[in-house]
Write a protein that binds this ligand. Structure first.
Ligand SMILES: [Zn+2]
Length: 350
């Protein structure tokens, strides 16, 4: 008896013109990353994730960044855009996956940034990422993918499959499939698009972080990895290879802290002119932004920029989720990090 495909989706909170659009700090990499994180957190895969098939355009960072984010070695394969490629990848994944491992096929679509700008049809919400998960080696038998033969997008095809799902279908749906496209956080699309595409060669005079240090700190920045000291029991975050209490560098266990449900202990608003220069383009287009200090766990505090929120929406005592987002361009590429978001709605059942 095979189980169904597990589907997880991430739909941006921003809305413009009656459909969901990506925020300026979102791109296909962050959308894909979030759909995968939501899928893992909603129901941990019964087998470790071994392969990801990426369908459509996704920045080069995804080739190593998804493994860094999920903290596991991954074989990444890229495919052209569109539902036919998605379906092909899903069938191939099912045939080639080693027993005892899981794989995911994932695609992100941001119609408002594509050449034709065609919105998804059939009531699909707009910008979104969709991931289809497969466990084990032989579970693709008997599945049909008629929806993925069309000429629309992957999001549209997956949305159609969700909307027309039969009672008793073995597919499992996680995430925000039923969102009302226009019920998100209203944004000015023109400003969003200008803020999403600043020059990648912009020179930062602010918090310059060498690329080597950025990469070295990714486990703490992206996965909130702390070190628990077996000698004295203290927790050190961010991880730095030495216990903050007893100073020992041995017997430290790397432990990821929760990325959801952090509690805000201090909050401030950075108005135009107050930001480090690497945020100039963002502030010029979108205005100021919130910054919070939040407790992830006892002894582990983190400073986070706030996104997908209006001034005052996140304050002291708020519980927040965190999402991987673009931070700023530096040395010809985007740097990414976690930001606080108002606590996401619980995923609907079924
Ligand atoms: Zn210690």
């Amino acid at each position: 008896m095979s189980q169904g495909i597990r589907w997880s989706t991430y739909i941006p909170a921003s809305t413009a013109g009656g459909r969901r659009v990506a925020a300026p700090d979102e791109d296909p990499f962050t959308l894909v990353a979030t759909a995968l994180e939501l899928g893992i957190s909603a129901t941990a895969p019964s087998h470790p994730l071994a392969r990801i098939d990426l369908v459509g355009d996704c920045p080069p960072v995804a080739d190593w960044g998804l493994a860094a984010l999920l903290g596991t070695p991954l074989e990444i394969t890229r495919h052209p855009a569109g539902p036919a490629a998605f379906r092909g990848a899903l069938e191939t994944l099912g045939r080639g996956l080693p027993a005892g491992r899981s794989g995911a096929v994932v695609a992100a679509e941001i119609p408002e940034r594509s050449a034709d700008g065609a919105p998804n049809r059939g009531g699909a919400p707009g910008a979104a990422a969709v991931a289809a998960w497969v466990d084990g080696a032989d579970e693709r038998r008997g599945f049909s993918f008629e929806e993925f033969g069309g000429t629309g997008g992957v999001v549209e095809a997956a949305f159609s499959r969700w909307r027309t799902r039969a009672p008793g279908s073995s597919d499992v749906w996680l995430g925000e499939w039923g969102v009302e496209p226009s019920a998100g956080r209203s944004v000015n699309l023109e400003r969003v698009l200008s803020a999403a595409q600043p020059s990648l060669s912009a020179v930062s005079e602010g918090a310059y972080v060498p690329r080597s240090r950025y990469l070295e700190n990714l486990p703490s920045r992206w996965r909130f990895v702390a070190e628990e000291c077996d000698a004295c029991g203290a927790r050190t975050f961010p991880a730095r290879g030495v216990c903050r209490r007893c100073g020992k560098g041995e017997r430290l266990r790397a432990t990821p802290l929760p990325t959801e449900g952090a509690t805000v202990v201090a909050a401030t608003w950075i108005g135009p002119g107050g930001q480090p220069t690497e945020f100039d383009a963002q502030v010029a287009a979108m205005g100021g932004y919130g910054v919070v200090l939040a407790d992830l766990a006892p002894g582990a505090r983190v400073t986070l920029q706030v996104t997908d929120a209006d001034p005052g929406e996140v304050g002291i005592g708020s519980r927040v989720g965190t999402r991987l987002r673009r931070l700023y361009p530096m040395e010809g590429e985007w740097r990414y990090g976690r930001k606080a978001v108002p606590r996401p709605r619980p995923p609907p059942s079924g």
